[in-house]
Design a protein around this ligand. Structure first.
Ligand code: BF8
Ligand code: SF4
Length: 632
């Protein structure tokens, strides 16, 4: 393997990223950036969405310049091929979030049956709130009885029996009426994904507009269905997040402690690891082995789940995952599923790190598979933590490199916590928006992608927004990027415009609120719905926007589509593979406005993206009869 030599400051804005990339080159560890470069140039047909390998008459591709074929072997043209490919991205993203939600519902059901000893009902209040949403009989029922009924009702949401999801009723009435009128009301969570796979089979739906509209329905089954269920059941089992202090970046790893990283998305595994990591016997064992403690840290969205609820520190976001291992200071990495690079096992072979996979649906090369089930989770968690502690002796101090200090941050801003900070109702936020102190709010969400300098898109866009008195709510890898940049401290209010600064200082909150993991984008939908209801308007009338400056994943496509379908204008920093059909591009960037009251834009430059978002917010303010600033 050749040494990957680069000016690493061109790849990542982060100090820990740059320094660890140098170490990776020295240790001859291949990273995502090196492999990304080896893939250049990307296939132009694939980039434009013009290649199709749906059936065995293909693969087929369409010549965008009109000189080669204009149809695949079956007769599909560019519009059909692009719309089908996009539809399948939505389906994969919706399936990932929703299946994660189903796994949590299964744990809830097992808790009710007394078959999940490591778990309990962490928030009886939220259990009762959700039972109310489902119209369940609450009076006289114990928590476990209610958990059984709720798990059953939620399992039904995945089926095909219903005309509409129950959870969707939390959206404002005008939105529900619009979805009904357009025929995009989501029915069973699984049904919409399954129907998308059916429609995109050769010879089924060859109307690109209808395919795109089914993409809307499929994405809504995620945002107001599977993802919302994942968020709410996580809160029921593990507690509703409250503002919590924590730390972020590779500096959270400790030279003199046993470091365990949990990585992935579903908190089912990592919550029991959290319990085991504070087991007195295991702490005593760590001391015997010469360590000062057991240091549990998170990565990506599993990390966000633990950070939101327990203040567990966060090692980094998506592009940092390999580099966490390059520190040479990790005794064990435990993964569940999603966004876990298949390269991690091979990176770990350069160090002493033990790699453990835990989900029956997610296996990885060079990892040891130790399957978690709720019945045995706590025992297995203890075994794994013990093995990690024992592995501390094998750490080679010469290979350890922890060159940065962690950054302080606050997380834990669930909708409940935001409303509590406001005194219990959305009214103060609405008043601040009406008075123009806060111009509007933006959800900055999504991944890292080596196509964009690491963290630059998130941090620069967020800074431009808060400078202009726009409150930022963030999730996923975007939230980690902003935390590393120091934007999640009350002191960061100094970077905000005068109005937002005043509000943040009065409430003692940062101008950038960490709302959670990627399934927690559903919290942003719920908050947007609450604001719309309080004002008596639809979500599309509010001065809100979404942004995914560095997205890479199919889940992000589903998120973008359900944001727009819920009435939230959304700017992407990376172009999706749709430019092979100007019809599809036109529908997503313009046409949807008439249909659904929101559109997409694509703008990789964060300064320009901020201008687009500010112009949108000021336009919405004007339409609401509020003061509007000119955006230049
Ligand atoms: O669900 S933001 S890279 S870790 S997909 Fe993945 Fe993207 Fe990160 Fe979380 Ni979300
Ligand atoms: Fe080619 Fe049509 Fe088959 Fe796609 S579905 S691979 S365009 S023949």
């Amino acid at each position: 393997m050749s040494q990957f030599k680069k000016d690493f400051s061109k790849l990542t804005t982060t100090k820990d990223g740059q320094l660890l990339l140098e170490k990776a080159a020295h240790d001859q560890v291949e990273t995502v950036w090196e492999r990304f470069e080896a893939q250049q140039p990307h296939c132009g047909f694939c980039e434009m969405g013009l290649s199709c390998r749906i059936c065995a008459m293909g693969p087929c591709r369409i010549d965008p310049f009109g000189e080669g074929p204009s149809r695949g072997a079956c007769g599909a043209d560019a519009d059909i091929i692009v719309a089908r490919n996009l539809g399948r991205m939505v389906a994969a993203g919706a399936a990932a979030h929703s299946d994660h939600g189903r796994d949590l519902v299964e744990v809830l059901a097992k808790v009710a049956q007394g078959k999940a000893p490591g778990y309990k009902i962490g928030s009886p209040e939220k259990l009762r709130t959700l039972a109310g949403v489902y119209g369940l009989e609450i009076e006289g029922k114990s928590d476990t009885e209610l958990a059984a009924d709720l798990a059953h009702a939620m399992e039904e949401e995945y089926g095909t029996r219903q005309e509409r999801l129950t959870m969707v009723n939390r959206a404002p009435d005008p939105r529900l009426e619009l979805w009904e009128k357009l025929g995009v009301m989501p029915r069973g969570v699984d049904r919409e994904t399954s129907e998308m796979m059916h429609r995109t089979h050769m010879g089924v739906d060859n109307d690109w507009v209808r395919l795109c509209l089914h993409g809307v329905r499929n994405a809504l089954s995620d945002g107001w269905g599977g993802s919302l269920i994942a968020t709410e059941v996580s809160d029921i089992l593990f507690g509703v997040p409250k503002p919590t202090k924590s730390q972020v970046n590779l500096g959270v790893l400790k030279e003199d402690q046993v470091n365990i990283i949990v990585h992935g998305h579903n908190p089912v595994v990592s919550e029991t690891i959290t319990l085991a990591a504070s087991d007195p016997d295991l702490l005593a064992l760590a001391e015997q082995k010469g360590a000062k403690g057991i240091n549990l840290v998170g990565l990506c969205c599993t990390g966000n789940e633990l950070l939101m609820r327990h203040g567990i520190p966060m090692a980094g976001n998506h592009l940092m995952s390999e580099l966490t291992l390059v520190t040479g200071a990790v005794e064990m990495m435990i993964v569940d599923y999603q966004c876990i690079m298949p390269s991690l096992g091979s990176v770990a072979t350069c160090y002493h790190t033990k790699m453990i996979s835990t989900s029956d649906k997610a296996g990885f090369p060079q990892m040891e598979h130790r399957e978690f089930h709720p019945e045995i989770a706590l025992d297995l968690a203890r075994e794994l933590v013990k093995e990690a502690v024992e592995n501390y002796e094998l750490r080679n101090p010469d290979k350890v490199y922890l060159p940065v200090e962690p950054v302080e941050m606050y997380g834990g801003f669930s909708v409940e916590a935001i409303l509590e900070a406001l005194g219990g109702t959305p009214t103060p936020l609405i008043e601040a928006i009406k008075a123009g102190k806060i111009r509007g709010a933006v959800g900055v969400v999504g991944c890292n992608n080596p196509k964009i300098k690491h963290d630059l898109g998130h941090v620069e866009l967020t800074k431009r927004l808060i400078e202009n008195d726009i409150l930022v709510l963030d999730t996923g890898c975007a939230a980690v990027a902003n935390a590393k940049a120091g934007l999640k401290l009350p002191e960061a209010a100094e970077l905000a415009g005068p109005g937002l600064k005043e509000i943040c200082q009065a409430l003692g909150i940062p101008p950038v609120l960490h709302v959670g993991s990627c399934v927690d984008n559903s919290r942003i939908l719920v908050l947007a719905g609450a604001l719309a209801d309080a004002l008596g308007v639809d979500i599309s009338a509010l001065p809100l926007a979404g942004a995914a400056p560095e997205w890479y994943s199919e889940k992000a496509v589903s998120i973008g589509v359900y944001f727009v379908a819920s009435g939230v204008y959304t700017v992407l920093g990376v172009m999706p593979p749709i430019t092979g059909s100007m019809n599809v591009v036109g529908l997503l960037t313009k046409g949807l406005d008439d249909v659904i009251g929101a559109t997409f834009d694509v703008e990789p430059d964060p300064d320009k993206a901020a201008l687009l978002i500010r112009a949108h917010i000021e336009k919405k303010r004007k339409e609401l009869g509020l003061d509007a600033r000119e955006v230049k």
